[in-house]
Write a protein of this length. Sequence first.
Length: 276
Amino acid sequence: MQRINLIDLTTNTFNPDDFWQSRLTKVEGLEGVGYAKLGKPFNIWGYKVRKQAFYNIVNPLNYNFKDAEVLDIGSGTGFYIAIWNALNVKKVTGLDITEVAVENLKTTFPEHEFIQLDIGDEIGKLKSTLGNKDFISAMDVLFHIVDDQRFDRAVHNITSLLKPGGYFVYSDNFLNGETIRATHQVSRSKKYLMDLFEKEGLELVSHKPFMVLSNYPIDSKNKLLHAYWFVLENTTALIKPLGHLFGAILYPIEKFLLKQMKDSPSSEIVLLRKKI
């Protein structure tokens, strides 16, 4: 997640379809779906941290994934499709709003199904096609829905596509303070999100840090932490090969912090279960 630039949403004309189609056409791989300013080397390490956090939240379930059907929202480069494959799930259906991502995913993962769809839309008849999933994942995706009505509809759609007792794996910033709005991202408050999940019939199973030191500390007022990020961000942006060194140093620290901390100054991951 990149640095937040506050805006007046009354003048926001952000079009997510155009934004991501253009970005993923120009910038390929994890750099395109991650923090492009920091370059490929740092993003590769950042996604290793995300992968560890993902396993930290799903592994304690001791779930037999061989019969699991999964819906992945905002599949992008297929990073989380590969993780679901490693868990030996039965089938993955991936959604993305961009044509370029969907076509690339079909080539990379021909064993799975990919559909160009915005989860914030009215999905109507597609519910019968997409529904009854054992797991749904939406990683670093839903905070790009800047319109609250569409965001609420996205969560409603997700809940409707889960089996009773099914799980929703979700990452966001879960701010302890007030919601922060930016041009193409809204970091919503933890209270707003948890109230919405409760309303939709999703109960919290687990809540863990997603990234701690490898991402902008949006949920912290600690001046030292912000100074650290300012130096790392600008140094890496200026000399991108340094991203490999910084990422390699941070990775073992992140692995330790992900297991030791309950909250993160940056992003967090939750596991939610649809009530039976």
